[in-house]
Ligand binder design. Structure first.
Ligand code: FES
Length: 570
């Protein structure tokens, strides 16, 4: 029996679509696009390019993907580029369109999986930017389990306004300030024109940048590639490096599920809570872990957050932007801080075939004073606990998520409920100044199924902050928050109101307590009172009865399980 050569081994999947007389039609189709005999002798590398004109986050990705292709070709592979969808979270924010955002994560995952499956790619490279891109890519990679390397498209540079660096978060908050009469129309217009100076993702440690740091921490991207700003000249060489890396990862047959292990997820949680990353990272890591068949629960986030100091001085809670993190060392700096404190699983595998500890040891980092202002040393942290807190109680028996952005490092808040069914009603009341200090704004029927799609409430939270209620008005919702949200805001309440969760039973004036020290979220109602109200509760009519929104309403699982649509292996 003739043994397989290394090249044949690397072409294990594409041989099925390319080789032999019976595949002449298939090659003919490729020849129509200029593919050559040499191309057919090489491994076929699918390149998912999430480029689009719907958002600046992904506007530049075709250029980046072009460099990845150069790298693949130089390393002896045949790149086959294909697109998938993106929704701009910022542009979808504050209206019904945001209901499509979480759905887009599932479509990205499904579409990459289906294309790679149907075309028989030997390996996969993927370039993504906006919030749902990297989670969708990683979910597909975990399902396909073919060698995969991911490249994050990079952050937008800061804008400058009145001598300060600004990002899109400032524009959202300015809308609230304008509504409250604290900012003129001329000022708002001037800010709008300078806040987003070019391509790249939203500039703070919001959801996209958080997921960028995590894809690197998980070991699915090359170390040092995520914090490079979108328009930085180093991005081109990083992209070519991804092209050559995917060929090496294929040659070594390193699969996503070799990398996406329990240890890798624990490292990712560690980085998310240490940096004060987006609450969405909780949802997405649960979903990716589910696809990788790695057991992970909200309790893991709580435990790790409890034992991890908060060291990231990054917006929205802190002072700096992602571009600043790049200047002082990027994600490797964060990993080095955690590693030196013994808080990193250094033996977690990466796509290079080396462990994250080995990669980190060889990564050049020069310490600077500025670095310690952006990422504090673990021995002298911003706060002793991590910034993401899991709360449970009679208002969220399965759990809820809060990001501590207050300088005190904790939230202890008790106030009277102001209940709204849906985001629009809440935004209107807040814009009209109807919400008062000491109140807890409850926004329900915005969960994965209830929305559907778990809208992000940035317009509402920014309006609250913009009106000067930075920490004296709280919010509780079964929807989500943007990574740019700040203040005492609790999201992901599960079970959601739509399925009869306790949030559906709250009435105006009920007393709600949020306590990050006790890890509690509760409403001051007896079991008996909750039962009486539950007996009278009726689910509202769905807002959408046809089309994608109605379909996904039936498919989404609980936020406490990542709101995935595929839960057969749980
Ligand atoms: Fe794409 Fe913010 S809208 S990262």
């Amino acid at each position: 029996m003739v043994s397989e050569t290394p090249l044949e081994k690397m072409r294990e999947r594409s041989r099925v679509t390319i080789d032999g007389p019976e595949r002449a039609p298939h090659r003919s189709m490729y020849r129509a696009m200029g593919f050559t005999d040499q191309d057919f002798r090489q491994p076929f590398i699918g390149l998912a390019n999430l480029s689009t004109e719907v958002t600046p986050c992904n506007f530049h990705l075709s250029t980046v993907a072009g460099e990845v292709k150069v790298g693949i070709r130089a390393a002896g592979g045949t790149p086959v580029e294909f697109p998938t969808i993106t929704v701009s979270d910022a542009i979808a924010m504050g209206h019904q369109g945001m209901k499509g955002s979480l759905i887009s994560r599932e479509i990205i995952a499904d579409s990459i999986e289906v294309v790679a499956f149907s075309e028989g790619f030997d390996a996969l490279a993927a370039v993504g930017g906006c919030d749902k891109n990297l989670p969708g890519i990683l979910m597909a990679a975990a399902r396909l389990n073919i060698p995969t390397v991911v490249l994050y498209g990079g952050t937008m540079m800061p804008g400058h306004f009145h001598g300060h660096d600004v990002s899109i978060e400032d524009v959202f908050e300015a809308v609230g300030a304008h509504a409250a009469g604290r900012m003129s129309g001329e000022e708002l217009d001037a800010l709008e024109r300078v806040a987003c100076p070019g391509p790249g993702t939203c500039g703070g440690l919001f959801t996209a940048n958080t997921m960028g740091t995590l894809v690197e921490t998980l070991g699915m991207a090359r170390l040092g590639t995520s914090a490079i700003p979108a328009m930085h000249p180093d991005r081109a060489s990083a992209a070519r490096g991804v092209g050559s890396q995917v060929m090496r990862t294929l040659a070594d047959d390193i699969r996503p599920r070799d990398v996406l292990t329990r240890k890798a997820f624990e490292n990712a949680i560690r980085v998310a809570v240490a940096l004060g990353g987006s609450t969405n990272s909780v949802l997405h890591l649960l979903a990716i872990a589910g696809e990788a068949q790695v057991p992970l629960s909200l309790d893991d986030f709580d435990r790790i957050s409890h034992e991890t100091p908060h060291i990231g001085n990054l917006k929205p809670g802190g002072q700096y932007l992602m571009a600043d993190l790049h200047r002082v060392g990027g994600v490797p700096l964060v990993l080095r801080r955690l590693s030196e404190a013994g808080l990193l699983h250094e033996d977690a595998m990466t796509i290079t075939g080396r462990t994250i500890g080995e990669e980190l040891r060889d990564y050049p980092l020069s310490g600077s004073e500025e670095a310690s202002r952006i990422v504090f040393p673990v021995s002298n942290p911003l706060h002793q606990d991590g910034a993401l807190v899991i709360l449970k109680g009679n208002l969220a028996p399965e759990g809820a998520v809060l990001k501590v952005t207050d300088s005190s490092g904790s939230v202890q808040f008790t106030g009277k409920a102001r209940v709204f069914d849906g985001e629009e009603a809440a935004f209107e009341a807040i814009s009209e100044g109807q919400v008062e200090s000491g109140e807890v704004v409850v926004i329900r029927y915005e969960g994965p199924q209830g929305g559907p799609g778990m809208r992000e409430m940035l317009s509402v939270t920014a309006a609250i902050v913009g009106q000067g209620h930075v920490s004296d008005v709280a919010m509780v919702t079964d929807g989500r928050f943007s990574g740019a949200t700040r203040g005492p805001m609790v999201g992901h309440v599960a079970p959601e109101a739509w399925v009869g969760g306790p949030l559906a039973l709250v009435k105006d004036g009920d007393s709600i307590t949020i306590d990050t020290v006790a890890r509690e979220i509760s409403v001051a109602l007896s079991e008996e009172e909750l039962k009486d109200r539950r007996d009278l509760w009726r689910r509202p009519d769905p807002s959408y009865t046809r089309g994608a929104l109605a379909k996904y309403q039936r498919l989404f699982s609980s936020a406490s399980r990542g709101a995935r649509t595929t839960i057969w292996d749980d």
